[in-house]
Design a protein around this ligand. Sequence first.
Ligand SMILES: [Zn+2]
Length: 213
Amino acid sequence: MVMNQTPAYRDGNIYIPVLSFTDGAGEAFIEALGGEGAGPVDVPLGAKSAVVELFRFTEHADGADVVIAKADAALVLVRFLDQATMTRIKEVFRLAAAEAFLPKTVAMFRNEKESEFKISCTYCGQKLWVRDRDAGRRGNCPQCRKTFFVPTQKSYITSYLMLTEEVPVVQVTAGDVSARNAIAALAERVVSMEEGSKSSTMRIELPPEETGS
Ligand SMILES: [Zn+2]
């Protein structure tokens, strides 16, 4: 595990990179926080600020390890879930997951009033738009004709990344307060983790090592 040399948290700021995989999604997320382009943008949270910066992994996953190593928490922003994109998401998420003490959130980005999302057919790879309202129903791939159950976006991403309850999956919508709420909740976990580790340090005592043998 790579340890943070000087966590931003200690200066009163919580550094949260937004890891984005689809063009435009990360930019809209930063904009919803009152920032521009890739940021960084300051999100005041009571006594502290979250400093949020966008990193795009829209072509490859290179450099994600460097970004994650200096983070206090990570927001994985997903939009399209086609095969090529999911491969990049999985690669970056694997690096983040290796940091056991790094709070993480997966945020599903939607444009306002959007009620469908993009996946790939698991049989032939055909990109498909599926509607939220068809979740749980049986559908046919128009390309290979194979039958599959339409997932929810959340169940699709949860099973693909094998997420546990420690990693919340939330929805964020362009232009409303959901982006800010996602950042605030994530920053809250950084603070409570830091406070928890201060107040509940326990001592482990091992029996004396046996010599000889
Ligand atoms: Zn197919």
